[in-house]
Design a protein around this ligand. Structure first.
Ligand SMILES: [Zn+2]
Ligand SMILES: [Zn+2]
Length: 207
């Protein structure tokens, strides 16, 4: 306890402030951020489904008819109201300056996924970075793998994890997949307000 206080004191006197919670530690050491990270990731995932539906044409029929369907459908997030194609949206935070060509995506139930694939599922992968200080998400790239791509093992490998019913989607080289055109004016998504509400209710219920 004394140690903690001492280091707090030292950091306070050095003017260190956490951008995340305004505490006297660097944001890399923030205990609240560490606890919230998985929840926040989930929330960002939900936001991204709406981001895709509101800003993109259907990759198959090119109509502005994508619609987010509820939360409780495994391996299915969006349908096109025009051509009835089905899409799953996966979002991935990558902050390296240069994006790698291969992308690993943790995924839910392997069995659900296989059923969806047989129903014609397509996959939209949104890659984003986060500016923690400005509380901004920067959309970096949106990749599209259609049903044919998803069943082509040379492009994408989907495997069941050991001792688990979960699966992993491995995109071997995203260069061989389609990129969806981004609206340059909508690459930044501010989440300050959402973030504040979320953080406050989290802190209230946990501390
Ligand atoms: Zn903090
Ligand atoms: Zn469509």
């Amino acid at each position: 306890m004394t140690l903690v206080l001492k280091s707090n004191y030292k950091q306070l006197s050095a003017g260190i402030k956490c951008y995340f919670c305004n505490g006297t530690h660097t944001c890399r050491e923030c205990p609240i951020e560490a606890n919230m990270a998985p929840l926040l990731k989930k929330k960002v995932g939900n936001m991204m489904e709406y981001y895709i539906a509101n800003n993109f044409k259907c990759p198959e029929c090119k109509e502005m008819k994508l619609r987010v369907i509820g939360n409780h459908t495994p391996s299915l997030d969006i349908i096109c109201e025009h051509c009835e194609n089905k899409f799953e949206v996966k979002s991935k935070c990558l902050s390296s300056y240069k994006l790698p060509n291969d992308i690993t995506l943790p995924h839910g139930s392997y069995i659900d996924y296989t059923i969806r694939i047989n129903e014609g599922l397509n996959l939209i992968v949104l890659i984003y970075g986060v500016d923690r200080i400005k509380k901004e998400i920067n959309v970096r790239e949106v990749i599209y793998a259609d049903n044919w791509n998803l069943t082509n093992k040379d492009l994408i490998d989907v495997s069941q994890r050991k001792d688990s019913n979960l699966s992993t989607i491995y995109i071997k080289n995203k260069k061989f997949l389609k990129k969806l055109d981004l609206d340059m004016s909508k690459l930044k998504i501010t989440f300050q307000e959402d973030f504040d509400n979320f953080k406050n209710s989290y802190i209230e219920s946990n501390y």
